[in-house]
Design a binder for this molecule. Structure first.
Ligand code: ZN
Length: 78
């Protein structure tokens, strides 16, 4: 059960993904905390290749990061 995205069509969700690290951060356009997290993500991966992609392109392949920038290995149980 994926309650995080329960109200959102997955095909509409965009992510910032680092190709080098195989990690991504979901973009929440109206969430100011997320805006800061995205800036942190881009700073952490400066010099890497960062792309904006659909969530369904990276989900299950890349490592999701929570909004505080830590790796979230337990997204299904949190
Ligand atoms: Zn990276």
């Amino acid at each position: 059960m994926v309650r995080l995205f329960g109200e959102i069509d997955l095909s509409m969700v965009r992510c910032r993904a680092c190709i080098k690290c195989k990690s991504y951060l979901v973009i929440h356009p109206n969430n100011p905390i997320n805006q800061v997290a995205l800036k942190t993500f881009e700073r952490n991966h400066s010099g890497h290749t960062i792309m904006t992609v659909d969530l369904n392109e990276v989900k299950g392949i890349y490592t999701p990061l929570s909004n505080n920038g830590k790796v979230n290995h337990s997204e299904e149980s949190s």
